[in-house]
Structure formats: C-alpha cells, structure tokens
Design a protein around this ligand. Structure first.
Ligand code: C2E
Ligand code: MG
Ligand code: MG
Ligand code: MG
Length: 287
C-alpha cells in the first residue's frame, strides 16, 4: 500500500506542470485549425485625440473555440509564436484589419488609421514588408494609414536585421509604433537608432497614476523623451476620468482605454455610428 502511494507520487510528480503542458498541446492543436473553422475574429478599440475625436483603431484578435471557450490572446499568441503559426495568423489578421480599415474610412472617416500588432516572429520574417504592402494594395488602403505595433523586446533581438526591417516597412509607407513602452529596455540610444513614429505608454503606468508617484514620473519622462525625438505618445489602458485628466496634463497626444471605448466588432461600430450620425463615437461625450 505504501509502495503504491510512493509510486503514484512519482508517476504524478508535479501534476500541475503536466496539466499546463497538456493545455499547451491542446491549444497548439486547436489553434492550428482555428482559421479554417472560422473561430477567429477581430475587434477594434478606438484611439482618440485629446479633443475627443476618434483618429484610429487598434485591431485585437479574439479566438472562440468549441472545446476551450474564449481564449485570451495573451495566452494563445505566445503559443502561436512558438509553433510558427503566428505567420499564418498574422497574415489573416492583417488582411482582415486592412479590409476593416477600408470600410471604416469609407463610412466613418476618411482619415482613420488602423493599428495592428506585429509579433517578434513576423518582424523577423524578411518577406513581411512586401507581403503587408501587397495586402494593403489588395484591401485598397494606403500604407500610411496603417500603424504596426512592435514591442521593445522585438527591437532588441538581432539589431542589424531589425534596422533593415524598419527601413523596409517605413520605406513602403507604414508607420511604426512601440507598444508597451517603458516595460523593456527603453533608452534614448535605441530610439535614435531605430526610427519609429509613435510610442505607446504601457498601461501598467497608467494604472499606477493614481496609486504611486513613480508612475507619474515615468509617464512624464516618456513624454519628454518622445518630445525630444518629435514623437507622439499614446496612453493605453485609460480606465478613469482622473487618469485621462492626468495624462492630458502631462502632455500625451492620444488616448486608448475602456473609459473611452471597449474593443468592439465592426458591426457594433457601424451600429454606434448609425445611432449617432455626425459623431464618431460615444467617447466624445466623455471628454
Ligand atoms: P496590446 O497590444 O498591448 O493591446 C492592448 C490590450 O489592452 C488589449 O488586450 C486590450 O483589450 C487591453 N485594454 C485596452 N484598454 C484597456 C483598459 O482600459 N484596461 C485594461 N485592463 N485593458 C485594456 P487583449 O485584446 O487581451 O490583447 C492582449 C495582447 O495580445 C495585446 O496587447 C497584444 O500584445 C496581443 N495581441 C492581440 N491581438 C493581437 C494580434 O492580432 N497579433 C499579435 N501579434 N498580438 C496580438
Ligand atoms: Mg498593441
Ligand atoms: Mg502588444
Ligand atoms: Mg500595449
């Protein structure tokens, strides 16, 4: 009896790890068929100017699977990266987002931009720039209406190639923004080396604004760094009026967050638009 218990303990050593690995395998397997089964969709979150005007949207991926339910991108994007599936997902996302932008520019506002997240594996693909520009042409949207969001860590890998990739993308007209700024190796030196068009302050600093002094100091430092490089700053994760007021006071240029607008489907954006002709978004009232 005691031997059995012991052997069982050995067999099921660290069952939690086993379950995690199992989940990962299931995720990988299910994700591989997600596009074919039509389980993916994009939602769009508005990005506003200080005056309240909606200037663009960030495309965010959603996955609903029969077995797993709704899976967060924070969970499945890393898995897609590991398996290389991100290249296919990324192409799908870009095509859908570009088509949505074409629609939004026709019906909501002709100057709207679309911000699209680009993962590390996509960024290191030498064919990325040509592929994206072909997809933009196919969707009939100008490349300069598309912002590609990359993170600092993406830039830190293998710098020679990153510089080239940035040149190719910007040469074709795409804008580049640095997502989650402040959480990586943010430095003046790398921002001078890698020419980008915008910084997005990570939402952890926005969340800290009303809680700790250091978050205010960090956002101030980012805004002044950006100003010295002539780059606009977006604050993400704005959840309260107080945060918005602080961020405007500090000098951020654009704002994104649940207080201003939740990510929503294209159909929902169309409905909102129809319900309030002449007004780009409900968010305007909040400002
Ligand atoms: P991210 O690019 O930093 O996107 C912003 C995330 O913050 C989104 O989470 C958004 O829903 C959330 N958010 C926006 N406003 C607020 C707010 O006021 N409060 C809080 N608490 N959260 C807010 P989401 O959609 O779950 O995406 C998580 C991450 O997954 C993204 O972070 C991005 O890194 C990645 N991701 C999402 N879609 C894609 C995609 O199409 N491609 C790639 N490569 N990554 C994606
Ligand atoms: Mg982003
Ligand atoms: Mg991101
Ligand atoms: Mg972010």
């Amino acid at each position: 009896e005691s031997r059995r218990t012991r052997s069982r303990q050995i067999t099921f050593y660290n069952p939690r790890l086993g379950r995690l690995a199992q989940t990962r395998i299931t995720l990988q397997k299910e994700l591989a068929g997600a596009i074919a089964r039509d389980e993916l969709r994009l939602v769009f979150q508005p990005i506003l100017a200080g005056c309240g005007e909606v200037e663009g949207f960030e495309a965010l991926l959603r996955w609903h699977n029969a077995e797993l339910g709704e899976v967060s991108p924070a969970e499945f994007i890393p898995v897609a990266e590991e398996t290389g599936l991100i290249l296919e997902l990324g192409r799908w996302v870009f095509g859908q987002a570009a088509a949505a932008l074409a629609h939004l520019r026709r019906t909501h506002g002709s100057k709207l931009f679309m911000s699209i997240n680009i993962s590390a594996a996509q960024f290191s693909d030498v064919h990325l720039a040509d592929q994206l520009s072909a997809a933009a042409v196919a969707a009939d949207v100008p490349t300069d209406a598309i912002e590609l969001e990359i993170t600092e860590t993406v830039l830190m890998h293998d710098t020679g190639e990153s510089e080239l990739q940035i040149q190719r993308l910007r040469g074709l007209g795409f804008r580049l923004s640095v997502d989650d700024f402040g959480t990586g190796y943010s430095s003046l030196a790398y921002l001078r080396r890698f020419l980008v068009d915008k910084l997005k302050v990570d939402r952890s600093f926005v969340a800290g604004l009303e809680v700790d002094r250091s978050s205010i100091d960090i956002v101030r430092a980012i805004v002044s760094l950006a100003a010295s490089l002539n780059l606009p700053v977006v604050a993400e994760g704005v959840e309260t009026r107080a945060q918005l007021d602080l961020l405007r006071g500090i000098g951020c240029d654009q704002f994104q967050g649940f207080f201003l607008g939740r990510p929503s489907s294209l159909a929902a954006l169309d409905e909102q638009r129809a319900a309030r002709p002449g007004n780009a978004s409900e968010a305007i009232d909040a400002l």
